[in-house]
Design a protein. Structure first.
Length: 376
């Protein structure tokens, strides 16, 4: 754990940031001057077939995980060599989206053997839960709904624009929003619809990219939706679509993640331009204050103390309390320095997942949480 630059608080913890991926081509003007009328367009009402959950296996019955498509040897009995995302549901269960599937920890660790339409194991990219406590999973074979008893799979056959899904969330209407390589779909429980965003430039620095991929879909306190793309950040109020770019003060147009703090201020993580906080007149690059210039920030969260946590590709995880930056890296328990996802759980503990598995912060050190735990 390394304490870095000390700085004064900006205002009363004053500013905000975001993160994302997708690129939009075209002139950039202030959103008040450039508003696009936007309504979802219906795609399909094809019914789906449910099947009962007979595809779960206790981890204790499975062989030890040692290999992965990206990592030849994993340290210990990992959940997976790569854990791309993690989520805690309303009931307190932990869900882990891995490079080779989905698993859940409640009283024991359970793996779900979900396969795509070609019979291949899926890669889970994102997980969310709706108001009815249904779990929704975005993955390399489309999206899957789990109601606690049944799994329901959706693919291009049901109206998805593409079977490679990257981000998923639900809004205040309980509508599901999902980003695929070919664009955004909504699902209201009956039909899939398309939601168009302007075409973006493909990011050639990413392993997977497209002109239509959206890397994050976020809700603010006013129920507006925000999209992080390679062409800037978009806000949708269910009537108009507004775009923010570098012409409006953004630190960078390639936005990975967008979040909002307790004061409603926007923070966004970018590819290549660090972590920034949105202000009316200009945006402030917070990561540059920690000596991080032109870095990729993958995930950012605000904890219950209003402190900031963000992961930087190849460097580690930073904690910022408004005054001091503290870096956690290999010396502090991380086996790898690229963490895809950060999470604060219902007990206020900080989790991270990425290359090398899953981790939880305990006594100012990250502990590797394997299939054997520790869970408590």
């Amino acid at each position: 754990m390394k304490r870095l630059t000390q700085i004064k608080k900006i205002g009363n913890w004053a500013s905000c940031l975001c993160l994302g991926v997708i690129v939009v081509i075209g002139s950039c003007s202030h959103p008040n001057n450039k508003t696009l009328s936007q309504k979802p367009i219906e795609v399909s009402t094809i019914p789906v077939k449910q099947h009962i959950d007979s595809i779960s296996l206790a981890a204790a019955l499975l062989p030890e995980f040692k290999t992965d498509p990206h990592i030849n040897e994993s340290q210990g009995n990992q959940l997976s060599g790569v854990v791309r995302t993690l989520f805690q549901d309303h009931q307190g269960n932990f869900w882990f989206g891995t490079q080779n599937g989905l698993c859940r920890y409640s009283d024991e660790l359970i793996y779900f053997d979900i396969k795509d339409i070609h019979g291949e194991h899926i890669t889970v990219k994102d997980i969310t839960q709706d108001k009815d406590h249904n779990l929704w999973v975005a993955h390399s074979g489309g999206i899957t709904k789990f109601d606690g008893e049944f799994f329901t799979h959706f693919s291009t056959k049901n109206g998805l624009l593409d079977n490679d899904a990257w981000a998923i969330t639900t809004d205040h209407h309980n509508t599901v929003w999902v980003s695929t390589l070919a664009g955004i779909n909504t699902y209201d429980g009956t039909a899939f619809k398309t939601f168009d965003l302007p075409k973006a430039t493909i990011d050639t620095t990413r392993g997977v990219s497209s002109a239509y991929i959206v890397h994050s879909i976020t809700k603010d306190d006013n129920d507006n939706l925000w999209f992080g793309t390679n062409g800037g950040a978009y806000r949708y109020d269910y009537k108009n679509l507004e775009r923010l770019t570098t012409a409006d003060g953004l630190c960078g147009n390639m936005v990975n993640t967008i979040i909002f703090d307790q004061q409603g201020q926007m923070w966004y993580a970018t590819v290549h331009n660090g972590l920034c906080m949105r202000q009316e007149d200009r945006d402030i690059n917070i990561s540059e204050k920690a000596g991080l210039v032109d870095k990729d920030v993958w995930s950012v969260i605000i904890d219950r103390k209003n402190d900031l946590w963000f992961s930087v590709k190849g460097i580690g995880i930073y904690h910022y309390d408004g005054v001091v930056f503290t870096l956690y890296d290999i010396d502090d328990g991380l086996a790898h320095l690229s963490m895809f996802k950060l999470l604060e759980d219902q007990q206020g503990r900080i989790w991270a997942s990425g290359f090398g598995g899953a981790y939880r912060l305990e006594n100012n050190r990250f502990v590797n949480v394997t299939r054997d735990g520790p869970w408590q």
